[in-house]
Design a protein around this ligand. Structure first.
Ligand code: FES
Length: 127
């Protein structure tokens, strides 16, 4: 059974790309770019804006997760350049039962800017 992944995009990030005066923050622009891209290619992923993934010094930031799968935090995303990369990675994550896309098949920017990966939570039964 395929468990669809969720792509969280931090909308409060300020880094990653130049913002002109009056423009939304870089993170908000990254979310808008991801939403535009996903509307064009068609996706069944959930794309959700969140506030701060605690990766501010290496922003823009996003995270990919799903129940029972590995979670990834990705940094140094530029809203003008990397929307398709993070979306492609989220699709690869969604397609893998454990959320472990083949490393060499991941977009280069994702390979080089994975800040952390966290294993799936173990299932614990109550005694
Ligand atoms: S504001 Fe985006 S990671 Fe902190």
């Amino acid at each position: 059974m395929t468990i669809l992944s969720t792509l969280y995009v931090c909308v409060t990030c300020r880094g990653g790309g130049e913002a002109s005066a009056g423009e939304p923050r870089s993170g908000a622009r990254l979310l808008a770019a991801v939403e535009r891209e996903s509307a064009q290619v068609g996706t069944n992923l959930s794309v959700v804006g969140v506030e701060c993934l605690s990766n501010c010094s290496r922003s823009c930031s996003a995270a990919v997760t799903a129940p029972g799968k590995w979670t990834y935090v990705i940094g140094n995303l530029d809203p003008e350049q990397h929307a398709s990369d993070i979306l492609a990675f989220a699709h690869q994550h969604s397609a893998h039962d454990l959320g472990l896309p083949v490393w060499r098949e991941r977009p280069e920017h994702i390979r080089k800017n994975t800040i952390a990966r966290v294993p799936p939570m173990p299932l614990k039964e109550s005694p």
